[in-house]
Design a protein around this ligand. Structure first.
Ligand code: S3P
Length: 432
């Protein structure tokens, strides 16, 4: 087996999966800790942050705006510039592969007396940005981009923001967060309406920083603020990273795996609900509720039933939907995952990428315009697959490989470092 950062990895099936694990700090919360911490007055502290390539892009970005970041005894510290204090960046802000960095930073920078350009890698420059540029323009921001603001690079010019009543077309925390960051600096209150609730980490963090942000189902109300307190937070483990071990354990015939200290925000736990509906052997123990729910998840080998998933469940498992397709492929009976067209505009087209990757492993997963139809009753075969530059596809392949009937060779395996640099080490630990 190859070592750290290798582009090709061969994952052999595991005889058994056993153990307790903690996973890296939550990526979504770490991004927000950096960006919202940079807007705080004073020093923010994030204990146990998730430091992958994505969050490093957010760290570099806030430094380019004048904030300072450092590691201090396992905590990431951010010396903020204050809500209204961001400096004009001297160069293009490189958001790398990170949609969260680009979209939240666009909201953070809109309506300031400065110029800024946000860009990223080829995948990020192909992802839809009109969902943020249109409502930001409606608030008075001068923001442009290729295809009339639909694609990055995005360019911001000096402007001022008005409070507004905004309806956004997708249930996306990246969009609502971008707009909330802008709304804090508008001349009056704003309302942001999305079709279904999405992860509310920004709202929770802003409230802890003293901002007046209210959530009512899928509607957010945000008052302008003078200043924000620093962030002081124990970052929970990332459930989206833990999900690979949760799925691998449910699929494997001889498995018992516990993930401790993992985030259990109800707007992130859709996969756990789906697994319960599939009759998985799953225990969830919530140990703390505020400011973010945290606890332990134990999963054992499971005899899964197929399921029909859609509606408001989907935003609660959006990054785990490819894993749900894998689980469904092994379950008894057909499954259908609907209302998940958003998967087409993630780091890759994850409907197509999942169909291809799981298909290469001999699993019958068919991409529909808005989801998957999965035959069920299958078992992954050893094969050669390509992650296509998408971190979650690399880790999906590995999760499948652990209970395949032969080794799986994963090309582009190094993409895992975008969110989970220690993934391959943890994989070896669990199979030991
Ligand atoms: C994220 C929100 C989700 C998710 C992404 C992280 C966030 O995207 O897929 O991995 O941190 O806000 P959308 O908001 O576009 O659904």
């Amino acid at each position: 087996m190859s070592r750290g950062g290798a582009a090709v990895r061969v994952v052999a099936p595991a005889r058994r999966l056993r153990g307790e694990l903690t996973v890296p700090g939550d990526k979504s919360i770490t991004h927000r800790g950096l960006l919202l911490g940079a807007l705080g007055s004073g020093r923010s502290r994030l204990r146990g942050p998730g430091l992958g390539a994505d969050t490093r892009a957010s760290a570099a970005l806030v430094r380019a705006l004048g904030a300072r970041t450092a590691m201090d005894d396992g905590a990431l510290t951010v010396d903020g510039v204050g809500l209204h204090g961001a400096a004009e960046p001297a160069d293009v802000l490189d958001c790398a592969n990170s949609g969260t960095t680009m979209r939240l930073a666009c909201g953070l920078l809109a309506g300031r007396p400065l110029h800024a350009v946000l860009s990223g890698d080829a995948s990020l420059r192909a992802r839809p940005m009109r969902r943020i540029t249109r409502p930001l323009r409606a608030m008075g921001a001068r923001v442009d981009g290729r295809a009339d603001g639909a694609l990055a690079p995005l360019a911001l010019a000096p402007s001022r923001l008005r409070g507004a009543d905004l309806t956004v077309p997708v249930a996306s925390a990246q969009v609502t967060s971008a707009l909330a960051l802008a709304a804090l600096r508008a001349d009056g209150p704003s309302t942001i309406r999305q079709p279904a609730p999405s992860r509310d980490h920004t709202e929770r963090m802003l409230r802890a920083q003293g901002a007046r942000v209210q959530t009512d189902g899928a509607v957010l109300r945000c008052e302008p603020a003078e200043a924000l307190d620093p962030v002081d937070l124990d970052v929970p483990g990332d459930l989206s990273s833990a999900a690979f071990w949760i799925a691998a354990a449910a699929l494997h015939p001889d498995a018992e795996v516990t993930i401790r200290g993992v985030g259990l925000n109800p707007l992130r736990t859709g996969l756990l609900d789906a697994l319960r509906a599939m009759q998985a052997d799953l225990e969830v123990e919530v140990e703390r509720e505020e400011p973010e729910p945290v606890g332990a998840v134990t999963v054992r080998s499971s005899r899964l039933r197929g399921l029909h998933a859609g509606g408001a469940l989907i935003p609660r498992l959006i990054d785990e939907a490819p894993l749900l397709a894998l689980l469904a492929a092994a379950a008894q009976g057909e499954s259908r995952i609907a209302d998940a067209a958003e998967l087409r505009v993630k780091e890759s087209d994850r409907l197509r990428a999942t169909e291809r990757l799981l298909g290469a492993l001999g699993l019958e997963v068919e991409a529909a315009p808005d989801g998957f139809t999965v035959a069920g009753g299958g078992r992954a075969a050893g094969a050669r697959v390509d992650a296509g530059g998408d971190h979650r596809m690399a880790m999906l392949a590995a999760a499948a490989a652990l209970s395949a009937d032969g080794p799986v060779t994963i090309h582009g395996a190094d993409a895992a470092a975008v969110s989970y640099p220690a993934f391959w080490d943890d994989l070896e630990r669990l199979r030991a």
